[in-house]
Design a protein around this ligand. Structure first.
Ligand code: PMP
Length: 455
């Protein structure tokens, strides 16, 4: 696929740009996909090839790549007032309106919103809020953060420390005080003879044991994605959040839902916490908040944390934190439009309508003897490749099976993502059943080809 002629897009990309999370030897061989534009759920590269984007960009382009209303909302706001901040008691009218809207659609009856440019910064901001409260409320030792193995919370020094992935060790992370407890993936981590209910109880017991060992009064908060995304789309075991929240409440530890992927419809409800029937103390939002049309993140505090942050800020005079583009008026105008589009133009409804078809497609592909399980919620799903289905034995990592499947899909005009040994699908909400069928047909061919090669 690589065009090696001098001045090709691939060579120019390699010469001047740096890639994130990219296997460089493989990309040097294959060439980068340089995208110029999109239409519905498809993106087009510089060679005119089209790709059905089965990952909605990075989980976020839920309204597709050419939604006219979102571009118009941005243009109208650029024309009206192109930029402002939210410092020193000033903020744009759009920011005021978006905060009202976010609290209105949140699971909270009251709340307050703080804006960032990304999900990573929103998690960092939440951690700083918890540290700020710890100091202001006379518990300066209350600084430790608990997250889960396999979780993904971002890439800044704090959010990467929260992330429960081994690759962060190349940065010497996590920082001290970031603790990772068990991942609630019953299929992979359930013990022989252990029921799902017993597994959930064990997860909660292990969390409590960690809290006691670390010292309950040293823990500032527990963060969790309702469905783990970049960990490989891992829905929690049944009853997980109820069991965990009971433990956290016992020790007065806030539960923060990282809804960066799940928020705004992905799991079939506005929030993943609604899908799993719990109310967290705060929500971290990003990605779908603007349907990917503007970089934005938000911390939405529920009533208790909002009141405490207000009191602490008044006592200390200010909360000394914020980004130049926090609450950017164009971002806020786009977010207001995106929320309207997702919630009122039938996109969230389409997720619910398409889910049975999506699940049936995953289940059909999981009949392959080298797929150990399919899993998912709403329009996010994964197929786990295994060498041996009965024993759940993974393939030798050196075979790069999931990467080869994803590369084969790319060659046939489908973008999907390898995560560990899973192939992850997270299509835009505007997809039709035909789009899903195209996605599954292409993936099925790639699975057959690669499994035949490695058998
Ligand atoms: N939290 C979750 C659950 C995420 O999936 C991500 C990004 N994939 C982040 C945080 C970080 O967001 P960003 O890349 O915007 O910093």
């Amino acid at each position: 696929m690589r065009d090696d002629t001098p001045n090709s897009w691939e060579s120019r990309a390699d010469s001047y740009s740096l890639y994130g999370f990219t296997d460089l030897p493989s990309i040097h061989e294959r060439g980068a996909v340089i995208v110029t534009h999109g239409k519905g759920p498809y993106v087009y590269d510089v060679h005119g090839r089209s790709y059905l984007d089965g990952n909605s960009g990075l989980w976020n382009m839920v309204a597709g790549f050419d939604h006219p209303g979102l571009a118009e909302a941005a243009k109208a706001q650029y024309d009206r007032f192109p930029g402002y901040h939210a410092f020193f008691g000033r903020m744009s009218d759009q920011t005021v309106m978006l905060s009202e809207k976010l609290v209105e659609v949140s699971p909270f009856d009251r709340g307050r919103v703080f804006y960032t440019n990304s999900g990573s910064e929103a998690n960092d901001t939440m951690v700083k809020m918890l540290w700020f409260l710890a100091g202001a409320e006379g518990h300066p030792q209350r600084r430790k953060i608990i997250t889960r193995i396999n979780s993904y919370h971002g890439v800044t020094a704090v959010s990467a420390s929260m992330t429960g992935k081994p690759y962060n060790s190349v940065f010497g992370l996590p920082l001290p005080g970031f603790i990772h407890v068990g991942c609630p993936h019953y299929w992979r981590f359930g013990k022989d003879g252990e029921s799902e209910a017993q597994f959930t109880e064990r997860m909660a017991r292990e969390l409590e044991a960690t809290i006691i060992t670390e010292g309950p009064d040293t823990i500032a908060g527990f963060f969790a994605e309702p469905v783990m995304g970049a960990g490989g789309v891992i829905p929690p075991s049944a009853g997980y959040f109820q069991a965990v929240q009971k433990v956290l409440k016992k020790y007065g530890i806030p539960l923060i839902a990282d809804e960066v992927i799940c928020g705004f419809g992905r799991t079939g409800n506005t929030w993943g916490c609604q899908t799993y029937d719990f109310v967290p103390d705060a929500i971290i939002s990003s990605k779908n908040i603007t349907a990917g049309y503007f970089p934005m993140g938000a911390v939405i505090l529920g009533p208790d944390l909002a009141d405490r942050l207000q009191d602490a800020s008044e006592a200390i005079e200010e909360f000394p934190h914020g980004f130049t583009a926090s609450g950017h008026p164009v971002g806020c105008a786009v977010a207001l439009k995106a929320i309207d589009v997702v919630m009122n133009e039938g996109l969230a409804e389409n997720v619910r309508t398409l889910t049975p078809h999506f699940e049936a497609g995953l289940a059909r592909l999981a009949e392959n003897p080298n797929i150990g399980e399919w899993r998912g919620k709403g329009l996010m799903g994964a197929l786990e490749a295994v060498k041996d289905k009965a024993t759940k034995t993974p393939f030798d990592g050196k075979l790069s099976v999931s990467e080869r499947i994803a590369n084969t899909c790319t060659d046939h005009g489908l973008i999907c993502r390898p995560l560990g040994q899973a192939i992850v699908l997270c299509p835009p909400f505007i997809c039709t059943k035909d789009h899903l069928d195209e996605m599954f047909d292409k993936l099925e061919k790639a699975l057959k080809k690669v499994f035949a090669e490695v058998a």
